[in-house]
Design a binder for this molecule. Structure first.
Ligand code: E4P
Length: 221
């Protein structure tokens, strides 16, 4: 399962890449708005350069012609640019045209499995179901991942399931068990993934036992 960072913050991406934990990045207009100190164009170019994989950048037009115009501009930014298109009829039409031009689309704002099926049929490279926002309204967001996985398996659909709106490590675990292709994770959740209190406790004990042999902490090998 690939790990993408869900951010438009270049520092977070650099840090995640140094840890070797970033296979790609997803952005959206709300994440871009958090970084408004620097021009968005500059930020996007930096993100595309520093990310060792696909970077989703979202159109903000809602009509077919406008989406197509913005999508073509996004795709020209770099080989790893993926166009994020919202799940609407106009978006599906744009997705089909972009597929015919060999341009990868991430279909966003997916909240049920039929939307995912339509996006896949239109040629989307990724579908982004938003699990956290479903949990927020009292639904079990992860259940739609299971359903999408079943549908895609039934029909040998190659579109990748990119689990979005991740809120906690449990979302990541359940995504992996269900066989999602990608999870896109906020930086604060990424940092939590390697943590376990017994790991911390075990490390403290190992280091203090080592000092019983070498009080100065020396490593003599
Ligand atoms: C997906 O690509 C979106 O950027 C993102 O996961 C939305 O998450 P949110 O519900 O935390 O805003």
């Amino acid at each position: 399962m690939k790990l993408f960072l869900d951010t438009a913050n270049v520092e977070e991406i650099r840090q995640g890449v140094q840890w070797g934990l970033v296979d790609g990045v997803t952005t959206n207009p709300s994440l871009a708005a958090k970084e408004k100190g620097t021009g968005f164009e500059t930020i996007v170019k930096q993100i595309l350069k520093e990310t060792p994989g696909p970077v989703s950048i979202e159109v903000v037009a809602t009509d077919y012609e406008g989406m197509m115009e913005q999508a073509l501009r996004i795709s020209r930014l770099g080989d790893n640019a993926v166009v994020k298109i919202p799940m609407t009829l106009e978006g599906l039409r744009a997705t089909k045209t972009l597929k015919s031009k060999g341009i990868a689309v991430n279909c966003t704002l997916i909240f049920n499995p039929v939307q995912a099926l339509l996006a896949a049929k239109s040629g989307a490279e990724y579908v982004s179901p938003f699990v956290g926002r479903l949990d927020d309204i009292g639904e079990d967001g992860m259940s739609i991942i299971e359903q999408i996985k079943t549908i895609f398996t039934n029909y040998d659909i190659e579109t990748k399931i990119l689990v979005a709106s991740i809120r906690n490590p449990l979302h990541v675990l359940r995504s992996a068990i269900m066989g999602a292709d990608v999870v896109t994770i906020p930086f604060d959740v990424l940092k939590k993934l390697p943590s376990h209190p017994k790991t911390d406790e075990g490390l403290v004990r190992f280091l203090s036992d080592w000092k019983k042999i070498f009080p100065d902490g020396r490593f003599p090998l």
